[in-house]
Design a protein around this ligand. Sequence first.
Ligand code: SIN
Length: 506
Amino acid sequence: MDLLRFGAARHLQLFTTTYRSMHLLKNKAFVDGKWQHAANNAVFPVTNPADDTVIGEVPDMSEKDAKFAIDVASKAFKSWRDSTARERANILRKWNNLCLENVDHLAEVLTAESGKPLAEAKGEVIYGTSFLEYFADTARHVTGEIIPSPWPNKQILVTRHPIGVISIITPWNFPFAMITRKVGALLAAGCTCVIKPSEDTPLTALAAVELAKQAGVPDGVVNVVTTSRNNAASVGKLLCEDPAVGCISFTGSTNVGRILYGMAAKGIKRVSLELGGNAPFIVFPSADLENALDQAMLAKFRNNGQACVGANRFLIHESVFDKFIEGFKGRIGKKCILGPGTKAGVTCGPLVNKMQVDKVSGLVDDAVSKGAKVVVGGKVAKELGDKFYQSTLLVDVKPSMEIYHEEVFGPVAVCYKFKDEAEALEVANSTRGGLASYVFTKDLGQVFRMSQKLEFGMVGINDGIVSVAEAPFGGIKESGIGREGSKHGVEEYTDIKYTLMSALDK
Ligand code: SIN
């Protein structure tokens, strides 16, 4: 027996002993309401980043499988678009209820493949499920307009129509919530979809659609095509370029978003892109420092820093800088407990894969080599494995360092001193990223000025988390196009039609 196959057999044995109890663990893709193999029966392993054990194998689907799924979704659209908003709302509400009944089952799958601590995984499921509830309510409020016309015998009617098949490409950092935020909205609008989850976290997507099936989502309306890293690019291309697809909704890096946008442009397709950020976290002298520090922990260490809305650069006024650093260091020491996500008390799990670890290490090492000072952390926590990175606090960071400009996407807080509001604004806006930003102040005038002048799609005043189903989530500049959540999130999946009704006096 060759060593590779022996290794695989041992991992699969581990899978059957370690992961047997997971009720929502699936090992097939989901197309046309059925659990499907890849046409060529290829599979790939999904591993637990905490210990590299194989959780399961899923189909490694190719363009042929993805094309089949698009055709299925296209056929299903013909009847789903004619369902009533009330019917769609009821199904979404059932899906919401089933997810809430299965929080623990969904969370164990999520923790196993993403590494995030169990409590945080449950938090993501509850957060993600809130989109299903919200869009169940919103489905019945997707309305049009009658615009007063300039002619006495004519009416201007504006109606909204579902776009059709939506290609959904989701990331590994919030593998449940990024699906519900998109799929909840598009179902409410009357669209159908093909989801390509990240190759690191396909199991959460499959668990989520098992519950969608139980909730009564008709066959073919929601489909999941799983692919390994090898097939991801070709399947992604097809999902963007197939003429039957009306819109591409992607959450992920700006680099990949740029490629997908280019592909979508060929067919003049609609896009909804939630891309990388470079969020400033600005603390002014009037801020309640204890609150700012508590929020800094959330803004930086939620999901171990692997969030596009995560605080990337802490800009702290010089008069409170030392106090802030002291408080931050103390809180990191007390609250960042590194370990496998299933271990009680752990608050920071592994990074999702080796590439992430290498990226974070590379940025910190570059900064340190150019003079940055490590207040805490700064290394891979080798005693835990090769994917755990110490929660890190850096000061004395300069523009010559890569970390000054790059989105870190890891547990590294980078702090700068500023002198006045103008400097804080200039540094904060000196990036092509424009997703989230955070400001801490009690000065009301300053609140308005910052809200006005920060070039970001979202501004949190005295708060480190802005995401909620009711609000429009999204960025400007290279952080994306379109909004998710809120009524705007549903409208993304509709086209506006203007009908001129004339000769009404004849
Ligand atoms: C993200 O940062 O990737 C999305 C997380 C959120 O919805 O807050």
